[in-house]
Design a protein around this ligand. Structure first.
Ligand SMILES: *Cc1c(COP(=O)(O)O)cnc(C)c1O
Length: 386
């Protein structure tokens, strides 16, 4: 269906940072499946894990355990605040699961009237109905009323507004640690800590949407690790399977007690093939700290190069923001012509929120590739400023 604005290209092969189209053209991929291909295209460890698992077992029902699911759950729990995991197939599904768990917990354990979720304006949580109802952007919601009741929105990074919005019916606060889709918006240093204290004070759950920021994207495995606080519930997806569709909702034991057999389910959730890809991906990310190191080093370098463009083209570039390899360059005009010019020159980049060029390349990106892109951007901006 006509749900995407697409480039006139068919991609058929990828390796590392590169993809090739069916007519043989080569592109450097700074979109990375929108923050999905954290290890680049067709990482050998992920490919081999999928091949081996495909020969052993593709799918079984969640009436039974399977080995890759056990392994992945163990890895996720050992390397996060969480005690338990629910597997699904996408970011929106992880958010749906988080909302359902939060409501069931609050209604049963605290007060049957508690059901409201407070989310942020300019947020993005996915396209299914509850996730869309949590999403604080009119452009995604338009035409789909009535949405799911019980959601309120407050300005992001504004603790006073959040405090004011809390009522006796508030069950949870749902936030992205960095707003990705909304234009790579980074909150003040203390914001998440203040949100956490406020939630504790009022006995409200904190749900973090790490679908885009998770799996090493910001230089730590999860972005909440920068803040010094932990959530009660977290949604992850995108990078988790290294390119294979998988999502997960993680939570602490206290909250998880609200779910019993039958409370929630997913036919494909936690299927052995996707989980085998997830295990290989996380193992590579955590091995020797190399991937996270590379993400931090290349993130700093990339940001420096973008800052230089800002200095050279102050009338075109408003601001450079980001952490690790979640980077945004806000322009003073629409970003689409620049995205198209990059495409013509063999670079895949993305524009979000109309004016923000967003860079979410594989975490294995190298200096020379960043140089190639920023030199190309330099040429395009020069031509624009003439
Ligand atoms: C992409 C994204 C989602 C939705 O994920 P899907 O897999 O497309 O459903 C939710 N939250 C955030 C923060 C995202 O970036």
């Amino acid at each position: 269906m006509n749900t995407y604005t697409r480039f006139p290209v068919v991609l058929r092969k990828g390796r590392g940072m590169k993809v090739w189209s069916s007519d043989g053209k080569e592109y450097l991929d700074f979109v990375g499946g929108v923050a999905v291909n954290i290890l680049g295209h067709c990482h050998p460890r992920v490919v081999v894990a999928i091949q081996k698992q495909a020969q052993r077992l593709l799918h079984v029902s969640n009436y039974y355990y399977n080995e890759p699911q056990i392994k992945l759950a163990k890895l996720l729990v050992e390397h996060s605040f969480a005690d338990k995991v629910f597997f699904c197939n996408s970011g929106a599904e992880a958010i749906e699961a988080a909302i359902k768990l939060a409501r069931k917990y609050a209604k049963e354990q605290i007060d049957p009237e508690r059901h409201e979720i407070i989310a942020a304006l300019n947020s993005f949580h996915g396209r299914t109905f509850a996730a869309l109802s949590a999403t604080g952007q009119e452009k995604f919601r338009k035409g789909f009323d009535p949405l799911v009741p019980g959601f309120r929105h407050v300005p992001y990074d504004d603790i006073a507004s959040l405090r004011e919005a809390i009522t006796e019916r508030t069950c949870a606060v749902l936030l992205e640690p960095i707003q990705g889709e909304g234009g790579v918006k980074i909150p003040h240093e203390n914001y998440l800590r203040e949100v956490r204290s406020l939630c504790d004070e009022r006995n409200i759950l904190l749900i973090l949407d790490e679908v885009q920021t998770g799996m090493g994207r910001t230089g730590k495995l999860y972005a909440y690790e920068h803040s010094g606080v932990v959530p009660d519930i977290m949604a992850v997806a995108k990078g988790l399977g290294g390119g294979v569709p998988i999502g997960a909702m993680l939570a602490s034991d206290k909250v998880v007690a609200a779910f019993q057999p039958g409370s929630h389910a997913s036919t494909f959730g936690g299927n052995p093939l996707a989980c085998a890809a997830g295990v290989a991906t996380i193992e590579v990310v955590l091995e020797d700290g190399f991937v996270l190191d590379q993400c931090n080093r290349m993130g700093l370098y990339f940001k420096e190069r973008l800052e230089k463009l800002k200095q050279e083209f102050p009338s075109l570039v408003r601001e450079v923001r980001g952490r690790g390899l979640l980077l945004g360059m806000e322009l003073t005009t629409g970003g689409d012509p620049i995205v198209r010019a990059c495409f013509e020159k063999g670079f895949l980049i993305n524009c979000t929120a109309g004016t923000v060029l967003r860079f979410v390349p594989p975490l294995i990106v190298q200096r020379k590739e960043i140089d190639q892109l920023t030199e190309t951007l330099h040429a395009i901006l020069s031509a624009q400023s003439q």
